[in-house]
Design a protein around this ligand. Structure first.
Ligand code: SF4
Length: 255
């Protein structure tokens, strides 16, 4: 099993293994489900989600929808008041002006209405580039809007997907999270992006946790170089490990 990955383009073996991992996750977890928001709602919600947890993001988004009757009202609101409304999401003094500027740019582009429906017929890369020119929108936010609201093939890489694909050897170890988006879009077939993205997040939350991953019970341990190493380390008697100078993996985990 390879534990190093070429940094140019993914080779066919890697693509095959990605497909096997996707199929094993589907068998273990089933097809995932996620609520779908209209594109502007998804965009704002994802900006709110940056550097916070899902619970605080949802509370901020609900507060925003309860306080303002439309995206036009959010765009034109007093920025400090908007920041107060979404404070629970954290970094509100940055997120509030970014949201307003993004909404302003959308209405400037459409000539009035705040909608991203004009992106629907566009090719994916053109739509991605347009979204990434908005303030506060990086590759992850753009990919989320493309995949979940516009039904386009994009592979968002959040903290779970980044960690888990690193351990599974599906991307080069030192590849940046930004570059991992384009890389994983080559590794997985486009028709698997939706399920693979959501099931990798579930894997990261339930088994492949940042610390002390549950490799022994993990449904893809047979396809995971890091899991195989960890399991082999565990089955090596402690005295033998000391002789070999091996530290237990958990002690050095920094992902
Ligand atoms: S085997 Fe372990 S390291 Fe590999 S994906 Fe599963 S939990 Fe993560």
């Amino acid at each position: 099993m390879p534990d190093a990955v070429s940094t140019s383009t993914p080779d066919p073996d890697l693509r095959r293994r990605a497909l096997q991992i996707h199929q094993a996750l589907l068998r273990a977890f089933g097809p995932p489900e996620r609520s779908h928001l209209p594109p502007v709602d998804e965009l704002v919600c994802t900006i709110l989600s940056q550097n916070t947890n899902d619970n605080n993001r949802d509370r901020a988004f609900e507060a925003l929808k309860a306080r303002f009757p439309s995206w036009e009202a959010v765009r034109d609101a007093d920025t400090q008041e908007l920041a107060r409304v979404v404070r629970v999401a954290g970094l509100a003094n940055q997120k509030a002006p970014r949201m307003q500027e993004a909404l302003r740019r959308i209405s400037e582009f459409t000539g009035g209405p705040i909608t991203l429906d004009f992106l629907r017929p566009w090719p994916t890369e053109k739509a991605r580039e347009w979204l990434m020119r908005l303030p506060g929108v990086g590759p992850k936010t753009a990919a989320i809007v493309l995949l979940f609201s516009l039904g386009k093939p994009a592979f968002p890489v959040d903290t779970h997907v980044y960690r888990v694909t690193g351990r599974l050897g599906l991307r080069p170890p030192r590849m940046s999270v930004e570059k991992a988006h384009a890389w994983l879009e080559q590794v997985f077939p486009p028709e698997t992006y939706y399920d693979a993205h959501l099931n990798l997040i579930r894997l990261g939350r339930t088994y492949c946790r940042p610390r002390n991953p549950r490799c022994q019970e993990c449904p893809v341990r047979h396809l995971c170089p890091e899991g195989q190493k960890r399991l082999a380390d565990r089955s090596t008697p402690a005295r033998e490990r000391e002789t070999l100078g091996d530290a237990p993996k958990e002690a050095s985990e920094g992902v």
